[in-house]
Each structure stands twice: as structure tokens, then as C-alpha cells.
Design a binder for this molecule. Structure first.
Ligand SMILES: Cc1cc2nc3c(=O)[nH]c(=O)nc-3n(C[C@H](O)[C@H](O)[C@H](O)COP(=O)(O)O)c2cc1C
Length: 228
């Protein structure tokens, strides 16, 4: 049978602090793995800038899945090794048909094996944090019950949320840029990319209240509520 772990137990184990001369110092030990999936990077206006700003950042491993696996022959052992050696797993992608681009589905189907990611012995991902960084063509108000997409973004991503839950990971809501096709003309791209670097810094330094963030509709909302 599947084995579940509850986020609160997980959260308790991922807030390390070190005590030195009576000062509490947050330890930046949360390594981040970004699995980036964008099949037409030549036309990207937002994701490529986010990638550009993050590349080379200490503590962040950035994997371009389409570049690494142009024929979709995913190296399962290599991917599982990457997951084992990081604390925070990120899927970064443009929303395609209310879901991930196809390579990320293939990646999940192959890499999240029984006995590794789930099942009674499948505990490799327990205690890790999972989040998505997403751009959408649709505007924010389209992603509501009243809007033309009928569902909030977090709701549409529920298969990813439940996958993270089943694998014993703490799920955080998406860090999102809505209306990405007009973001450049509205000068929103650089600010969003800066914000993304800030989010990664907060996660690395354990400065985000994960329990609170996990409840928010988007990570952007959580940051705003927390004044971060
Ligand atoms: C095949 C395809 C499917 C798409 N599906 C959606 C969708 O379901 N919802 C949405 O809001 N935008 C959708 N879009 C728009 C993309 O999300 C948008 O072009 C992307 O977020 C822009 O990011 P970029 O500048 O990094 O390429 C789709 C685009 C393509 C090419």
C-alpha cells in the first residue's frame, strides 16, 4: 500500500537553525533543483529571462530537460540521483493546455517509480519541498470560477499537488506570472525574474514560512501576505 507522510511532521524537520554566540543564524543548506521544461525557448520572453537570472546561482541546480533529452530518452538513474541530492524540487514551465509541457509528464511517468517515490519502501522524496514556477498566457482573472478558464490555477494543478502529497513532499502553490504574452510590453518581465531569484533566496535561507505558504492560492499571494 502507499505510505503517506503528513506535511506538518515534514515541516518540523526542515527548519534548521544553528546557535552561535547566542545568535540564531539561519543555515542556508536547502539545495534547489529546477527542472526546466520549455520546448520553444527561442520564442520565450519570460522563462528564458528567469533562467538567465538564476543560472550559476550557488545552491541551485538548473536542468534544461528539452536540451538534455531531445528524444525524450530520460536517464532514470541520473534523475533519481538528482532528486536524492536536493532538498527542494521545482518544475519550471509555461502552462500548456492547463498542464505541463509533455516532457515533464514523461519525466514523472519514468522517474517517480514505485519503490523510489511511492510504495512502502519508496521514501526517497519524503521531507522534500515541491513547487512550480509557471507562466500563463491567460490573464489572472481568467483563472477564477467566473473567468473563461473556470478554475483557479492551483485547482488545475491538483494532479501535481497530489503527486507531491503521495511522494511525502510538502507542496507549495505555484509562483506564477499571468498574462505572460504581454508582460514584456508592460515591463513586468525583469521584475518577475528578480522576484523569482528572491523566492529562491528565501527558500535556501529557510526564510519562508512553509506551513503558511502551503495554504495560499499562489506563492505570490503568500509572499505578499507575509510582506516578503
Ligand atoms: C501549446 C501551447 C499551449 C498553451 N496552453 C496554455 C494554457 O492552457 N493556458 C494559458 O494560459 N496559456 C497557454 N499557452 C500560452 C503559454 O503559457 C505562454 O505562451 C507562455 O507562458 C509564455 O511564456 P514564455 O514567454 O516563457 O514562452 C499555451 C501555449 C502553447 C504554445
Amino acid at each position: 500500500m502507499f505510505r503517506f507522510s503528513f506535511p506538518w511532521a515534514v515541516l518540523a524537520s526542515i527548519h534548521p537553525v544553528s546557535l552561535r554566540k547566542k545568535v540564531i543564524v539561519p543555515v542556508a543548506r536547502n539545495s534547489i533543483l529546477i527542472l526546466y521544461a520549455h520546448p520553444s525557448q527561442g520564442r520565450s520572453e519570460v522563462n528564458q529571462e528567469m533562467v538567465h537570472d538564476v543560472e550559476g546561482t550557488a545552491g541551485v541546480t538548473l536542468i534544461d530537460l528539452y536540451a538534455e533529452y531531445p528524444t525524450f530518452e530520460i536517464d532514470i538513474d541520473r534523475e533519481q540521483g538528482r532528486l536524492r541530492s536536493h532538498d527542494i524540487i521545482v518544475f519550471q514551465f509555461p502552462l500548456y493546455w492547463y498542464s505541463t509541457p509533455s516532457i515533464l509528464k514523461e519525466w514523472q511517468d519514468l522517474v517517480l517509480e514505485y519503490g523510489f517515490a511511492y510504495g512502502s519502501d519508496g521514501t526517497a522524496l519524503h521531507g522534500k519541498v515541491f513547487l512550480t514556477a509557471i507562466t500563463t498566457g491567460g490573464a489572472e482573472d481568467a483563472y477564477s470560477h467566473e473567468g473563461y478558464n473556470h478554475f483557479p490555477l492551483r485547482h488545475l494543478l491538483s494532479p501535481l499537488e497530489q503527486t507531491a502529497n503521495l511522494c511525502g513532499m510538502t507542496y507549495l502553490p505555484p509562483f506564477v506570472l499571468y498574462g505572460s504574452r504581454t508582460a514584456r510590453e508592460h515591463n513586468h518581465v525583469a521584475a518577475h525574474a528578480d522576484r523569482w531569484v528572491h523566492v529562491l533566496d528565501l527558500l535556501k535561507a529557510d526564510r519562508l514560512n512553509l506551513a503558511k505558504a502551503a495554504m495560499a492560492p499562489t506563492l505570490n499571494d503568500a509572499l505578499e501576505t507575509e510582506g516578503l
